[in-house]
Design a protein around this ligand. Structure first.
Ligand SMILES: [Ca+2]
Ligand SMILES: [Ca+2]
Length: 91
């Protein structure tokens, strides 16, 4: 039974969507970006308490779970090296 998943070409099941997940890198970085339709489209039912980063879900606390292995916390909390580069460019 597939529910609350993002499936290419769609899939019957409650909560399933068929949209580009807007991964950071579809070739290997399956973190969600802020534009992802997966954000807050999932369900706590059957979802692990932590995402693949070890971050608690759902985020925000009273909010909804994101579809997929990642719970979106904002890019600067996920990738410290990106934040570092951003700060360097600002100087
Ligand atoms: Ca969320
Ligand atoms: Ca995450």
């Amino acid at each position: 039974m597939v529910t609350y998943c993002d499936v290419q070409d769609g899939y019957p099941g409650m909560g399933n969507i068929d949209q580009l997940p807007q991964f950071v890198d579809p070739e290997g970085d399956y973190h969600l970006t802020s534009q992802s339709p997966c954000i807050d489209s999932g369900t706590l039912e059957g979802a692990p308490a932590d995402d693949m980063d070890g971050q608690a879900r759902p985020n925000p606390d009273s909010g909804l779970v994101d579809i997929g292995a990642d719970e979106f916390y904002g890019p600067f909390m996920i990738w410290p090296q990106v934040q570092y580069q951003y700060q360097v460019q600002q100087q």
